[in-house]
Design a protein around this ligand. Structure first.
Ligand SMILES: NC(=O)c1ccc[n+]([C@@H]2O[C@H](COP(=O)([O-])OP(=O)(O)OC[C@H]3O[C@@H](n4cnc5c(N)ncnc54)[C@H](O)[C@@H]3O)[C@@H](O)[C@H]2O)c1
Length: 304
């Protein structure tokens, strides 16, 4: 398994380019129609300056490639139906993620610092109004593959993959507050099982995967970006029938293991590097905001 030689916070264009070329070779040999391939590299491609989605490839192709070339604990996870998951934070994103993954058959432990919330969730009480969330929460509790505990450290004790779903509130200057993400990472750093995968689902600025890596200080742990696109009000449906699942990781076997969690919902899984995954989330948010502004502007024109 290779670790990125890229300095913290920077992007190794040369390596992305090489990866993209390798992936295009797979496309040539396997079902090329299934592979969405795009490589943009300043100075090497005809569109200088375009960094977004430098390299993306279908999950099935990555899995095919890894099964031939690598062997690791992550490959085993990718093959197994059920994975032991820990979800840190049980807000809109964390609760929906935990409940839906339990519904998909995974073994899920959700950890939150709010003991009252943990107690209510353990009794099957849902604090938010989301279609089917109460039904799926009850199902997970009944089946015994969904539990709630107090604290991040208690949740990760037996986990193979950990999802960080903690808040990243916006400050007065518009910047995201990463202190919750860093605090959660610090809390679990010493108790994460060997070769665990940590997935960041919180919305974070580009480069934050590196921040989590720095806080964890665990060379055996891979950090993956898997941004969430759900909408409040249709969270369960958005999770179970997503337009796309974006997995940002430089370690292929970890990307496959995370993408495989979504196998049974047959989502389109796009694998890219962490910085691109983080950029995709911000780009999607910015696009939605732009559409809203446009609609509001048109409404203002239409008003008498
Ligand atoms: N709400 C949405 O529609 C939405 C959609 C996509 C992405 N996101 C992003 O997902 C992230 C989470 O958002 P949310 O709406 O679920 O937040 P939220 O405020 O509803 O929930 C966060 C939860 O994390 C818990 N928490 C905080 N620190 C913790 C710690 N150290 N250990 C354990 N639990 C901890 C809090 O008690 C709370 O229950 C944010 O980055 C947000 O921007 C939100």
């Amino acid at each position: 398994m290779q670790r990125s030689p890229t300095p913290q916070g920077t992007v190794d264009h040369e390596r992305h380019y090489t990866q993209a070329v390798e992936m295009s070779e797979i496309a040539a040999h396997k079902s090329a129609t299934k592979v969405r391939y795009q490589a943009c590299m300043p100075g090497r491609r005809s569109r200088p300056g375009i960094l977004l989605i430098r390299c993306r490839v279908g999950l099935s192709e990555l899995r095919y490639r890894d099964s031939r070339r690598y062997g690791s604990v992550h490959d085993r996870l990718a093959k197994e139906r059920m994975t032991r998951l820990a979800i840190i934070g049980t807000g809109y994103v964390g609760l929906t993620t935990g409940v839906c993954f339990a519904h998909l058959g995974h073994d899920v432990v959700c950890g939150d610092i709010d003991a009252g919330k943990v107690a209510r969730l353990s009794r099957g009480e849902v604090p938010i109004v989301e279609h089917r969330l109460d039904e799926l929460l009850a199902e997970g509790l009944r089946n015994g593959n969904l539990r709630f505990v107090v604290g991040a450290a208690a949740a990760v004790a037996d986990a193979e993959i950990v999802f960080l779903c903690v808040p990243t509130p916006q400050g007065d200057d518009g910047s995201a507050d990463l202190s919750y993400v860093e605090a959660a990472a610090r809390e679990i750093a010493q108790v994460l099982p060997y070769e665990c995968i940590v997935v960041n689902k919180s919305t974070v600025p580009v480069g934050s995967t590196r921040v989590v890596e720095r806080v964890l200080q665990r060379p055996d742990v891979r950090v993956v970006s898997n941004p969430e696109f759900l909408r409040e009000g249709s969270a369960v449906d958005d999770f179970l029938r997503p337009d796309r699942v974006v997995v940002g990781c430089e370690d292929r076997s970890a990307a496959i293991a995370v993408g495989a969690l979504y196998d049974s919902i047959r989502a389109q899984v796009i694998v890219t590097d962490p910085a691109s995954a983080e950029t995709i989330k911000y780009a999607a948010n910015a696009f939605l905001a732009t559409k809203l502004s446009f609609v509001n502007a048109i409404a203002a024109v239409g008003e008498p």
